[in-house]
Design a protein around this ligand. Structure first.
Ligand code: NDP
Length: 444
């Protein structure tokens, strides 16, 4: 059995019942096979792959909190500090009822590669909790966030581990967690990114992942003699990433005809109205039915179905494994030219392979959604320097970083004879950077 296969088998055996983690490792190892096998004995002697797929530290803790009726609840929380070879752990915190250790591990593993691709000095980590902020009062969310941070504070710090938002964690939750950290530690430092503008946040951070996704998509299309202008675009999700991806896609001349949430999706042939979408989702925190009620051209459909809407470009921006093989077949049959992942691992391995086989341009999330974490690093830089940059300055840097990332993965794919395979390109380019730093630092 080859070294790569042995390591995959070890991951499955040592981490039972964690299918998302197995999936993320499998995809990366498949791309790395050609690189590893060229130098197998040396990597194996250093146990490099074993170290790459095993988190440096995993924290599991309970979070007790009291609701508005005086009832006590207990949630399960995690922080996985995956790899610090190239910088302090960096990655978001997710609050969603389906969060478990395997999901946080897959996200932390992916994050390490993503962070390496940005060219910025940050390692990989991720955290989360099976708490659902939906339907909770502001006081309940605050009570939960304070209790969460009362445990987590001892493991994080501006030069150790710098969390940010993710699904279910937006400006409100980051504010409560940052406030509690500052209170306990008595230090005002850039320990969190995605902060509010009045207390150390960066202009452009809210928009960064969605805008960055479109900058990378634009670079990928250009490299293949295509353009966003005039293209029909289907977006899934209606959260932070989806909203700003849709906004930038429209600004670049695309026609965005869908958004979705976990209950259903909107099909709006007149094009998604971004101001209305923001009003519904960011201000009123309502469901997408409220969007449909306010707009004649919009039709609301219950359940899944967004990938059946004809498009040139598909942007999955909701969650993991939301785009399956059957969805990929529908998209290809309907003439889809390009897929770029705003979410983390939204496409299954079978669906990804189907796109690649059918010559659909495919930008994997670990490259395409790196605009958020890149801007988090810009936020950390501004915090350290006690400075605030303008929106235009930040936006220009995001664009430079995203086009740089595309060039990186394009070159990596070409240098291994896999021209146009940006999945392999991203995994190889990320690996090369992390592996070099790990080898230089010895057995740690
Ligand atoms: P939000 O919480 O702001 O939005 C998530 C959206 O996805 C909501 O519309 C939500 O619908 C939908 N969604 C969540 N879970 C499911 C599910 N199980 N099935 C169907 N729909 C679902 O999160 P973000 O926009 O921040 O994150 C979206 C994705 O992007 C995630 O994969 C995240 O890891 C990734 N990402 C985010 C970054 C960021 O900067 N925010 C950076 C890089 C990646 P509902 O409201 O009904 O739950």
């Amino acid at each position: 059995m080859s070294y790569v296969d042995q390591v995959y088998e070890m991951v499955v055996n040592k981490n039972p019942a964690e299918p998302e983690f197995h999936q993320a490792v499998k995809e990366v190892l498949a791309s790395l096979r050609v690189v590893i096998e060229a130098n197998e004995a040396a990597y194996q002697r250093e146990a490099l792959l074993e170290r790459l797929v095993t988190p440096e530290r995993q924290l599991v803790f309970r979070v007790p909190w009291v609701d508005d009726n005086g009832q006590v609840h207990v949630n399960n929380a995690y922080r996985v500090q995956f790899n610090s070879a190239i910088g302090p752990y960096k990655g978001g915190i997710r609050f969603h009822p389906n969060v478990n250790l395997g999901i946080i591990k897959f996200l932390g593993f992916e994050q390490g590669f993503k962070n390496a691709l940005t060219g910025l000095p940050i390692g990989g980590g991720k955290g989360g909790c099976d708490f659902d902020p939906k339907g909770k009062s502001d006081r309940e969310v605050m009570a939960f966030c304070q209790s969460f941070m009362t445990e987590l504070y001892r493991f994080i710090g501006a030069d150790t581990d710098v969390p940010a938002g993710d699904i279910g964690v937006g400006a409100r939750e980051v504010g409560y967690m940052f406030g509690q950290y500052k209170r306990i530690c008595n230090v005002y430092e850039g320990v969190f990114t995605g902060k509010g503008l009045s207390y150390g946040g960066s202009l452009g951070r809210k928009e960064a992942t969605g805008f960055g996704l479109l900058y990378l998509t634009e670079a990928m299309l250009r490299a293949n003699d295509l353009d966003i202008k005039g293209k029909r675009i289907v977006v899934s999700g209606a959260g932070n990433v989806a909203i700003y991806a849709a906004q930038k896609a429209i600004e670049l001349g695309g026609n965005v005809v869908t958004v979705s949430d976990s209950s259903g999706y909107i099909h709006d042939e007149a094009g998604i109205d971004i101001s209305l979408l923001k009003e519904v989702k960011e201000v009123k925190r309502e469901r997408l039915t409220a969007y449909a009620a306010a707009r004649k051209s919009a039709v609301y459909h219950e359940g899944k179905g967004v990938w059946g809407v004809r498009c040139d470009i598909a942007l999955p921006c909701a969650t993991q494994n939301e785009l399956l093989l059957d969805d990929a077949k529908l998209l290809v049959a309907n003439g889809c030219l390009a897929v770029a992942e705003g979410a983390n691992m939204p496409t299954t391995i079978e669906a990804t392979d189907y796109f690649l086989k059918n010559k659909v341009l495919f930008a994997p999330g670990k490259a395409a959604n790196a605009g958020g974490v890149s801007t988090s690093v810009l936020e950390m830089s501004q915090n350290s320097a006690r400075l605030s940059w303008t929106f235009a300055e930040v936006d220009t840097r995001i664009k430079q970083i995203m086009t740089g990332i595309f060039a990186n993965l394009d070159n990596a794919a070409k240098s291994y004879g896999m021209d146009g395979n940006y999945v392999a390109g991203a995994n190889i380019a990320g690996f090369q950077k992390i592996a070099e730093a790990m080898m230089a630092q010895g057995v740690v």
